[in-house]
Ligand binder design. Sequence first.
Ligand code: DC
Length: 210
Amino acid sequence: MRVIAIDGPAGSGKSTVAKAVAARLGLEYLDTGAMYRSVAYAVLRAGGDPADAEFTANVARSIELKVGLDTVTVNGADATLEIRGPEVNRCVSLVAANPAVRVEMVSRQREWAERRGGGVLEGRDIGTVVFPNAELKVYLTADPAERARRRAKEVTDLDYETVAADLARRDTLDSTRDVDPLAEADDAVLVDTTGLSIDEVVEVIEGLLA
Ligand code: DC
């Protein structure tokens, strides 16, 4: 099984880079953050409280989830835009810190890759928890101001300060939670993408595989 793990904080360039690497290698790509976002969205849709651990865990276990290259379907309905909205942004770190949610999502991620004989997976814990034996583990970073600038460009309805504050809040929650926090695997290759173009980052990763 050929697994490439791409981890790192929000705005480090993971999605764009992981998609490009997958296309070059002829592998499929999985955005695992979209899975946690989908659970958060389904909890809100059901009128639940993301802080209710039991309710949220049940949603995670029963959710019907299709995470495609460009679209996400949650319980049969397109949720591609909704999972990136402010309501989900506000509570997704809390949902992702729920141990039962993580157990369920990690198991689905492993199954996804096993069924395909591998893939490029991006997230926070792919190299540390989901696939500790991945062929290549890349940990992408970029300085916080640059990450916030990139995110602010993606979301047109929020200003830079709001995006930067939200990013800093999520960084702290994601890296200080008890279960599988955002962390660099010991054997991951650190790539600082500050000032690098997507193509340059993809080239660096291709060089690591050669
Ligand atoms: O990459 P993203 O911003 O779409 O991730 C959404 C949230 O999910 C973020 O708070 C971190 C969390 N996440 C996680 O805990 N583990 C993963 N493998 C991927 C994302």
